[in-house]
Design a binder for this molecule. Structure first.
Ligand SMILES: [Zn+2]
Length: 254
C-alpha cells in the first residue's frame, strides 16, 4: 500500500519536512544505505576469506545455479586466469562482485542484471578441485586490488552465508518512496549517516518508536533500523517507506 500520492508528496516534503529540508543543497548526496542482497548460491562454505584466499568458496553439485548478489552491470564475462571463467558485476554502491569457476555463463558484458537473477551454473573450471563458486568482493573495478571479506559484506546487506537462494530467511526488506535521510538515532536532530532513494530496497533490522514526523496530514513516530555500508546501523522515519506504518517491518528493536 502506498500511503501518499508520490508527486505531490515530494513537493510537500521539500517544503514541510525537516528531514529532507535539512540536507544542505550544495552538499554531495549521502552514500546510499547498503542494498538488499540476494543469496549467491546454495552450498557449503569450504574455504573462507583469509590472507591466502581472497574470497569465499561455496561448494555444491556441478550445475548448481549461481545468482547475482545485487543488481548492476556485467563488466566481465568470459575466460579468466585461474578461474577458468569469471563474471564480474558492478553494483550501484561501487562494489564489484566476482564469480569464478563456473561451468556455464548466462550473461554478457554490458548486460544489466537484477539481484537474484541467475547468471551462471556452478563448475570446477580453472584451478579447482571440485565444483564450487569462488565469490570475491572488491571496492571499485580494479582487478588487482585486494578484495574484502564477502561474509560481512553480505551480512550488512541482509544475507548470512551459507544461504538459501530465492528468499526464505533472507531477512526483511524495506522500500523507500522518496529520498530521505538515514540518521544516527530516531530524531531529526540526529546526524545524517546515509540516505535512502525512491523505489530502492534496503535490508532492515527492526522498528522502534522515535520522534513524530508529519507529512501531508499523516503522522508517524515509527523509525526503522537499517544496517549501513560502513558498518553499524542508522534510522529512517517509516513515513518515507512503502507499506504499513512500520514499512512492513514486523520485528521491534530489542
Ligand atoms: Zn576460492
Amino acid at each position: 500500500m502506498r500511503l501518499f500520492p508520490y508527486a505531490g508528496l515530494v513537493t510537500a516534503a521539500a517544503v514541510l519536512l525537516p528531514l529532507t529540508a535539512a540536507l544542505p543543497a550544495a552538499a554531495a548526496p549521502a552514500a546510499p544505505a547498503a542494498f538488499a542482497a540476494s543469496c549467491p548460491t546454495a552450498g557449503v562454505i569450504t574455504q573462507g576469506y583469509s590472507d591466502s584466499h581472497d574470497g569465499v568458496d561455496i561448494a555444491n553439485a556441478l550445475g548448481t545455479p549461481i545468482y547475482a548478489v545485487g543488481s548492476g552491470e556485467v563488466i566481465n564475462s568470459g575466460p579468466a586466469s585461474g578461474y577458468g571463467q569469471w563474471i564480474r558485476i558492478l553494483h550501484d554502491d561501487g562494489t564489484v562482485t566476482e564469480y569464478g569457476h563456473m561451468y556455464q555463463r548466462d550473461v554478457v558484458v554490458g548486460q544489466h542484471v537484477q539481484a537474484g537473477q541467475r547468471i551462471a551454473l556452478m563448475g570446477s573450471e580453472g584451478e579447482a578441485t571440485g565444483p564450487h563458486l569462488h565469490l570475491r568482493v572488491r571496492i571499485g573495478t580494479s582487478t588487482t586490488v585486494r578484495g574484502i571479506d564477502p561474509v560481512p559484506y553480505l551480512r550488512d546487506r541482509g544475507v548470512n552465508l551459507p544461504c538459501t537462494p530465492g528468499g526464505g530467511g533472507q531477512g526483511t526488506v524495506v522500500t523507500a518512496w522518496a529520498q530521505a535521510n538515514v540518521r544516527s538515532c530516531t530524531a531529526t536532530s540526529c546526524a545524517v549517516v546515509s540516505a535512502v532513494y525512491p523505489d530502492e530496497s534496503y535490508p532492515a533490522n527492526c522498528w522502534k518508536t522515535g520522534q513524530l514526523v508529519t507529512a501531508e496530514g499523516y503522522s508517524n513516530d515509527k523509525w526503522i533500523e537499517l544496517p549501513l555500508n560502513a558498518g553499524g546501523v542508522g534510522y529512517v522515519s517509516a513515513i518515507y517507506l512503502k507499506g504499513d506504518d512500520k514499512g512492513d517491518v514486523s520485528r521491534q528493536c530489542g
